[in-house]
Design a protein around this ligand. Structure first.
Ligand SMILES: [Zn+2]
Length: 276
């Protein structure tokens, strides 16, 4: 990111951003893929004869063996997708990555994790042309209202972004700047790899200190301090705190909703990051 990007004057207009890494307009996309269903089916019937139980156990063991073979075959591909990313630039907004690589068994691309795009029917307006999933939108708006009641003005800088938005940001802007993919990935997630696809993530600013928008010194603002104290009440958390397990650089402006089972699965179960 050049200095000219950073020194651009603050603009509180809903459709303009200081960074080209954030789309100016949010558009409906027709890709309505549902999220993977993690529910394990496994109906149990009581009083099964021993023979049937033994047969069932045999099938489970055989299935497990096949799964192990498939997993082993897939492992080299995952390892291949674990390049080292160059040193991060703290001034660059959103999705900067550090120079630490992911654990080899976490599916990632240039340190960014893959996400499904939220179904269009799930997205609702949070004002200013921005959209989030319904559950997240309700809590986000309540949170912003509560902050305002305390004299803190939280503004939205980005929310839902489609895979198509991200293609333009990653490849279009990257090409315009002459950036190689590894360099581009330091400041922008590749398409299909942004938390913003989920409809649960939002970038916020403090309208009283707009110069801190998308900068790490956003954490000195009243908005950030209010969020640190109150966001959990509204089921929002910081996606990339300092020294986060995903090895993404510190982004005090980027928050995600984790207040229902789908969002929890999206950010925790899907990538199985805990304990790695
Ligand atoms: Zn963000």
């Amino acid at each position: 990111m050049s200095n000219s990007d950073r020194s651009r004057p603050a603009d509180t207009s809903a459709h303009l951003d200081k960074s080209e890494d954030i789309p100016a307009a949010l558009r409906n996309e027709d890709s309505d893929r549902d999220r993977a269903n993690f529910i394990n089916s496994g109906a149990k019937s009581p009083r099964l004869p021993f023979g049937l139980i033994a047969l069932g156990l045999g099938i489970l063991v055989a299935g497990g063996a096949i799964f192990s073979v498939l997993s082993a075959a897939k492992a080299p591909l995952d390892s291949f997708q674990t390049p080292t990313v160059a040193a991060n630039d703290p001034q660059n907004p959103d999705s900067s990555t550090s120079n630490n690589s992911q654990p080899a068994d976490v599916d990632n691309l240039l340190n960014h994790l893959s996400y499904e795009q939220a179904p269009d029917a799930e997205l609702v307006s949070i004002g200013g042309g921005y959209r989030l999933r319904k559950a997240a939108a309700i809590k986000f708006q309540a949170m912003v209202s509560a902050a305002r009641s305390s004299g803190v003005n939280i503004t939205t800088i980005s929310a839902f972004r489609s895979v198509e938005d991200q293609k333009r940001l990653f490849f279009g802007v990257g090409a315009a700047r002459g950036q190689q993919p590894t360099k581009r990935a330091e400041v922008s997630a590749p398409p299909k790899y942004s938390e913003h696809h989920t409809g649960y993530a939002v970038d916020i600013g403090d309208s009283s200190v707009p110069a801190t928008n998308l900068n790490q010194n956003f954490d000195t603002t009243p908005a950030y301090k209010w969020m640190k104290a109150n966001a959990a009440t509204y089921s929002f958390e910081l996606s990339f705190p300092k020294d986060n397990i995903q090895k993404v650089s510190y982004e005090p402006w980027h928050w995600r909703f984790v207040g229902d089972i789908n969002s929890l699965e999206t950010f925790y179960k899907a990538h199985n990051l805990k304990g790695k």
